[in-house]
Ligand binder design. Structure first.
Ligand code: FAD
Length: 120
């Protein structure tokens, strides 16, 4: 994203925003932490996600630290499932909910099989 913004000659400010107001005539005025006020014709805010897995050892992760999952959201650790922003893919509520449903079905099926109540 930073590379694309650079191509568009857009300024990128990575600092906490303390206040947003109307510009003097057009655009927006933003006060950043530290007190500096800057004016922009157009401003877009964006937030990223840093995945942290403190104390969780085992599951394969990508270079950016996201958990790799396969069918039924199972990780490389058998019977350990992962869903949502912590896994690879789109960070959206609907995606996380669908992944949760898939993980629940997979865990349920695993338990039924272990009890001899389902084939497989
Ligand atoms: C500003 C913003 C706007 C967004 N707008 C949209 C939108 O309009 N539509 C959309 O679909 N998606 C949107 N998203 C993305 C969406 O919020 C996420 O994709 C979704 O919430 C992911 O669900 P999750 O369960 O993986 O994580 P989360 O919803 O972040 O839930 C993780 C939970 O785990 C808790 N937690 C973290 N660490 C620990 C710990 N060590 N111990 C115990 N609990 C812990 C956190 O407090 C949190 O409650 C937005 C995200 C942001 C940041």
């Amino acid at each position: 994203m930073r590379a694309r913004l650079a191509r568009w000659e857009s300024d990128v400010v990575e600092a906490p925003v303390m206040a947003i107001g109307a510009g003097a005539e057009t655009g927006v005025a933003i006060r950043f932490a530290g007190g500096a006020v800057e004016r922009f014709d157009v401003a877009c805010s964006a937030m990223g996600v840093d995945v942290r897995l403190p104390g969780v050892a085992g599951p394969d992760v990508t270079a950016d630290g996201r958990v790799v999952t396969g069918a039924g959201q199972e990780t490389s650790v058998p019977a350990l499932y992962a869903v949502g922003d912590v896994v690879t893919g789109l960070n959206q509520i609907g995606v996380a909910m669908a992944q949760g449903e898939a993980a629940a079905v997979a865990a349920h099926t695993r338990l039924r099989r272990a009890e001899g109540l389902a084939a497989g």
